[in-house]
Design a protein around this ligand. Structure first.
Ligand code: HEC
Ligand code: HEC
Ligand code: HEC
Ligand code: HEC
Length: 461
């Protein structure tokens, strides 16, 4: 071979090694797991324990959801009754007059879904719609019988026949006949159909996102019949969803409650994990909820999907390092930096909203009329929507950092405009004091064993 040919051959060899490596990496990211389909007795289909012998690896890892461990970043974590209201007392003002000011705890493992639902202080007056995202009972028993009828019935009646094992079981994500992933939450199916997506015929990789997204999203109950619906017709940004509620696209549903201080009709945002993931860099790179939260594991040479759906930084090696070259420490530190910055913005936004409620209240007390305060009330409704959209999302900024930061920025802007608007119509009213301390340390029970959380007064100092 001449010199030129040698160079070409070397270049070709290098290219083969390089692309081979890329293919291997992609291959590592998507291995297939093998399992033998078992027949589960009909009357036990909803109960996780009935799957134990047939699928021990999946069952045992699912039971790890009982484990209560903090998150490596100190944010979130699977802990019993760590209260957001104690951690961020501005929520007491922002959710005043609504059940979220009574009890609002950090989420924990899926195996606690039934227990936490049955015992929450938010529950008593609710309707059947609430069990829609607490397992597949609502579908396999109620929906198959009579469609959405369960949604408008009193929750006590709906829960009465349910046993402890009827909540979050294997059919919550799997078709019990085939063990294939399934999306059956009809509100999600219908809202996605309006966007032109047929989730029941979606590619397999999309299903690995939709199966979680059918619950982890923003929703509302339709005023007519309690059906679950989602505000996605205009897009997945917080502005798109706000526009949906403002423009009458939600029908007779106008809001969740009227705030007793500001008098504004408010919206409660709910955990928009789906909306943030589906527009994130990771989604665009083909990475789904399952890749991070349910990584592949090995036991005795057998490859299986981890069913411990928890904070992925507890398994950084399996969840992240198959794609990322950084060390575990670097990656966790990077996520914590995102969390620290996002949390600070979230606190400032939440406290500015609280200040706006109080300033509007003072303006009304000083004689401003409902007509004069209409603009300020609309602005605090919008401000709090953006703040809550950030605060209710469970990743403290990680899933979609720029979008969640934007939501916080919009919240601060609209809250200041609400304050300005209220003071324009009641010029003698002074700015209500910022109710809570901005620098309040992020409080996490696991990091302060045996120490009581700060009271609202302490945090305000
Ligand atoms: C929150 C959703 C969810 C729940 C609940 C759930 N699974 Fe899975 N399961 C998945 C996902 C996602 C996969 C990956 C499937 C894929 O990519 O096709 C999976 C895969 C599997 C597989 C295929 C083999 C493997 O390991 O990839 C089996 C078997 C299985 N699950 C059994 C169970 C059993 C048994 C339970 C109840 C103890 C259960 N699953 C509960 C989401 C869930
Ligand atoms: C049927 C609705 C539903 C589905 C489907 C669902 N979740 Fe959840 N998820 C919940 C609820 C409800 C909780 C809170 C449980 C509690 O705090 O008692 C939760 C909690 C969590 C948590 C917090 C756990 C912790 O340790 O702090 C994570 C992470 C999570 N889900 C991820 C997922 C992923 C990933 C999927 C898809 C594979 C998924 N979820 C599917 C309803 C659902
Ligand atoms: C690229 C990886 C990745 C993807 C994709 C992803 N997540 Fe996460 N998720 C994380 C990380 C990392 C955290 C924890 C951040 C932290 O510690 O503050 C997290 C946190 C969470 C939490 C809170 C857990 C806790 O400790 O309280 C929930 C719930 C959750 N994710 C659900 C989802 C759902 C649902 C999807 C898909 C719609 C999804 N995630 C997609 C990486 C991911
Ligand atoms: C299947 C591959 C894959 C997995 C798994 C994965 N990532 Fe990524 N990650 C990517 C890609 C691709 C990008 C975009 C990189 C780029 O644009 O340079 C990215 C970007 C990021 C970024 C920068 C985000 C931004 O907004 O630009 C962070 C931080 C990150 N990943 C952390 C994580 C963590 C933590 C985990 C595990 C919980 C994880 N990733 C899992 C592929 C992955």
């Amino acid at each position: 071979m001449c010199k030129m040919q040698k160079c070409l051959a070397a270049a070709l060899a290098l290219a083969v090694i390089f692309f081979g490596f890329v293919i291997i990496r992609v291959g590592i990211a998507k291995p297939s797991t093998k399992f033998e389909l078992a027949k589960i007795p009909e009357e036990q289909k909803l109960h996780a324990s009935a799957y134990k012998d047939a699928y021990p690896l999946q069952y045992n890892s699912f039971m790890k959801n009982n484990e209560m461990t903090p998150s490596p970043t100190g944010y979130g974590g699977s802990l019993a009754h760590v209260s957001y209201l104690e951690e961020q007392p501005e929520m007491l003002e922002n959710f005043k007059g609504y059940k979220f000011a009574v009890q609002y705890d950090v989420a924990r493992g899926h195996t606690y879904t039934g227990e936490d639902f049955v015992t929450t202080l938010r529950l008593p007056p609710q309707k059947g719609s609430c069990i829609t995202c607490k397992g597949s009972y609502m579908y396999d028993v109620y929906f198959k019988q009579s469609g959405w009828e369960y949604a408008s019935k009193p929750i006590a009646e709906i829960m009465a026949p349910m046993g402890a094992e009827d909540w979050f079981g294997c059919p919550t994500c799997h078709d019990p006949e085939t063990m294939q992933l399934r999306v059956y939450q009809q509100g999600f199916v219908e809202a996605m159909a309006r966007r032109g997506v047929d989730v029941n015929n979606a590619p397999h990789n999309d299903m690995r996102g939709y199966v979680c997204s059918q619950c982890h999203n923003e929703y509302y109950f339709m005023a007519e019949d309690g059906r679950v619906n989602h505000p996605w017709d205009n897009g997945f940004d917080p502005e798109d969803e706000f526009q949906f509620y403002q423009s009458g696209q939600a029908g007779a549903f106008k809001g969740d409650w009227t705030h007793p201080d500001s008098g504004a009709m408010m919206l409660k945002a709910q955990h928009p994990e789906f909306e943030n993931w589906v527009t994130s860099v990771h989604h665009d790179a083909g990475v789904t909820c399952v890749d991070c939260h349910m990584p592949y594991m090995r036991e005795n040479g057998q490859k299986y999907t981890s069913h411990w759906m928890t904070n992925p930084l507890k398994s950084t090696e399996q969840s992240c390092l198959k794609c990322h070259d950084e060390s575990t420490e670097t990656l966790i530190a990077r996520v914590k930096t995102i969390n620290d910055n996002t949390f600070k913005l979230q606190r400032i936004a939440g406290q500015t909203c609280a200040q706006a409620h109080l300033t509007i209240q003072a303006a009304a007390a000083a004689g401003a009329t409902a007509e004069q305060l209409a603009e300020a009330r609309l602005l605090i409704r919008e401000a709090q929507w953006y703040w809550d959209w950030l605060a209710a999302e469970n990743s403290y900024g990680f899933h979609n950092t720029d979008k969640l930061m934007k939501s916080g920025a919009l919240a601060i802007d609209r809250a200041h405009r609400a304050i300005e608007s209220a003071r324009m119509v009641a010029p003698n009213v002074t700015l209500a004091p910022m109710p809570v301390y901005v620098e309040a340390e992020h409080w996490n029970a696991a990091q302060h064993p045996g120490v009581e959380p700060p009271t609202a007064e302490q945090s305000a100092m």
